[in-house]
Design a protein around this ligand. Structure first.
Ligand code: ADP
Ligand code: TRP
Length: 325
């Protein structure tokens, strides 16, 4: 170990936390909490690009905060806050937008994908990657655990950091993405990428009956029971394996490949596995939901702590750009 690194990542409060968020981002963040300096936050300014129902945004923000705490983010060991409580990030985003070539935004798939999916293309959605870059650079992050869908945004953040440093001098750390291959794109119940905006998620904290219904509804092919099946092409297998050890995955693979496997049975098993996996977190979450004041206090303290770091970076940026005279 060569000293502590800064590990940062954010999650949008645009829905409830799902398995894709958990395996690609939250689990990695919790693992990194032990040995690194963790910056974990709820990106409500990003969610504004798609959520304009004020009650929903506030409720999701609270829900995501409570879920992250229940899943193991430790506010004592990390910086944990809501994005808009550190407003310096929007100031930095504006400054960075002036070294960002328009073409860099125009090439971003995420914007094009969202528009193709019917989301109204507002300007916020177009410049979303600049705000994300500001999130990352403001805290001089070394490592950013994300799913594969964020790979290009990380490349944008690197490009902007390099460009800024070359124009004004070395201020920013050039960040690196952590994208774990085995969880890079968690499929939804329909086989597309699991996403809050596609309505195909398995949420981590669903009610028991709703979870069962969701898992039983995972789309599978219609091969007869006796047929040999291809695990890697099966959504059910690809979701199930997230919870399995290497040996367990091998065994399940064998059951697919030898024939005689009933999807209905595997779905029931998976439901039990998911339910048990999050049992402890579920209990923690129930307690947190009841104590609103605790979460409020934690988020307030987290924002104050994060703001100190943010102000330090911004001071330097203002000096080097000539904004401070
Ligand atoms: P969503 O796409 O559901 O709106 P967010 O944008 O809030 O989720 O993403 C939070 C984190 O979870 C990001 O790092 C993102 O890459 C990751 N993530 C979201 N969905 C998936 C998925 N299906 N597979 C892997 N990672 C995912
Ligand atoms: N764009 C990310 C997503 O949709 C969320 C995000 C915002 C983020 N700012 C960030 C992720 C900074 C990592 C670092 O998932």
């Amino acid at each position: 170990m060569t000293g502590k690194k800064r590990v940062l990542s954010g999650i949008q409060p645009s829905g409830n936390v799902h398995l894709g968020n958990y395996f690609a981002m939250i689990k990695k963040m919790v693992e990194n909490q032990k040995n690194h300096q963790l910056f974990c936050f709820i990106v409500n300014l990003h969610a504004l690009t798609t959520v304009n129902d004020s009650k929903a945004l506030a409720a999701y923000t609270r829900d995501v905060a409570v879920s992250l705490l229940a899943l193991g983010i430790d506010p004592e060991k990390s910086y944990f806050w809501v994005q808009s409580d550190v407003p310096e990030v929007t100031e930095l985003a504006w400054i960075l937008s002036n070294v960002t070539p328009l073409g860099l935004m125009e090439r971003c798939h995420s914007y094009k994908d969202k528009v193709a999916k019917g989301i109204k293309p507002n300007t916020g959605l177009f410049i979303y990657p600049i705000l994300m870059t500001a999130d990352i650079l403001l805290f001089k992050s070394d490592l950013v655990p994300v799913g594969k869908d964020q790979k290009q945004h990380l490349e944008v953040a690197r490009d902007i950091a390099i460009k800024f440093n070359s124009v004004y001098g070395e201020v920013f750390t050039v960040p690196e993405a952590i994208i774990d291959k085995s969880v890079a794109t968690v499929p939804g119940v329909d086989g597309q990428k699991m996403s809050k905006s596609y309505g195909n998620t398995i949420e981590v904290f669903m009610e028991k009956d709703a979870l069962k219904k969701k898992v039983m509804g995972i789309v599978t092919d219609s091969l007869p029971v006796e047929a040999k099946k291809e695990p890697d092409k099966c959504n059910l297998f690809n979701i199930y394996k997230l919870f399995l050890s290497e040996k367990e995955e091998k065994d399940l693979r064998k059951r697919y490949e030898t024939g005689g496997l009933k999807y209905g049975e595997v779905k029931k098993e998976l439901f039990e596995v998911i339910w048990d996996y999050f049992a402890e977190a579920r209990v923690k979450r129930e307690a947190l939901v009841k104590d609103k004041e605790y979460t409020n206090r934690i988020l307030k303290q987290g924002a104050e702590k994060a703001r100190e770091v943010a102000l330090g970076t911004l001071k330097k940026v203002k000096q080097i750009t000539g904004l401070s005279i």
